[in-house]
Design a protein around this ligand. Structure first.
Ligand SMILES: [Zn+2]
Length: 244
């Protein structure tokens, strides 16, 4: 089966990427991507001392505005690319910081990184529960796990993890920068993704527009684990989301 070209994980110079949003979008058009999400970093953990992140309301507003301008431009020029407003939230960030700065209704996709412990599962569950209550489920974004390592949960908490993904329809990302996570050692996890019809996505974690093209290997892994239908589920969500 032929899939459209999808890359739902990249960074612009709003965080630690090299290129502007404009340059990323131009490159994505050039290489024929059908779905692209810009997902710059959001953190106030130790990481915020090392990389620039989306750390103020003003910066986030400018970021979203720049993506909006590109979205309009793509529509007006009839380009085949669908562009999504994303953000990559470090789960080591404080709850207060996340709740204060992120309005989920302004995003199409929210990725979470560093889900590694049972406490992290509870933290993520509480956060999404809070948004669901507050927004009464009103057009919440698509949620996904960025470069998630299943081996952290293989021996402890696997069913709780799967229940969380199911409950909030959180997708699992195949990321070309972390191929070691998609090892056969974690097969039981991938079987559960299949059985529970958890959506799966593709991202290259591009920090340079040259890396946007690195999506063949994750797609190969999706097929290798027999998760094509899970990818189709995500594409259905993307079609509904369309870009805010
Ligand atoms: Zn990233």
């Amino acid at each position: 089966m032929n899939f459209p070209k999808i890359n739902l994980h990249c960074h612009s110079n709003y965080s630690d990427g090299k290129n502007s949003i404009n340059e990323i979008v131009a490159k994505a058009v050039k290489i024929g991507l059908k779905y692209l999400a810009i997902t710059d970093h959001f953190t106030n953990s130790w990481k915020s001392g090392i990389i620039p992140t989306l750390n103020s309301t003003e910066k986030i507003e400018n970021y979203l505005e720049e993506i909006s301008i590109c979205q309009n431009h793509l529509r007006e020029s009839n380009k085949n690319l669908l562009l999504y407003k994303g953000i990559e939230v470090d789960l080591g960030s404080s709850e207060k910081f996340i709740k204060h700065l992120i309005d989920p209704l302004k995003f199409d996709i929210i990725l979470f990184e560093y889900l590694e412990t049972l406490e992290g599962l509870a933290y993520l569950n509480n956060l999404i529960d809070y948004w669901e209550r507050k927004m009464s489920n009103n057009n919440l974004p698509i949620f996904g796990l960025a470069h998630f390592d299943p081996s952290n949960f293989i021996y402890n908490g696997l069913d709780r993890l799967i229940q969380l993904l199911k409950k909030h329809n959180i997708y699992f990302e195949f990321n070309s920068s972390y191929s070691q996570f998609y090892s056969r050692k974690n097969e039981i996890f991938f079987e559960k993704l299949k059985n529970h019809q958890i959506p799966v996505g593709i991202g290259s974690d591009a920090h340079h527009s040259k890396q946007l093209v690195l999506i063949a290997e994750p797609l190969y892994r999706v097929k290798d684990f027999g998760l094509e239908n899970n990818l189709i589920r995500l594409i259905e969500l993307l079609k509904k989301e369309k870009g805010k």
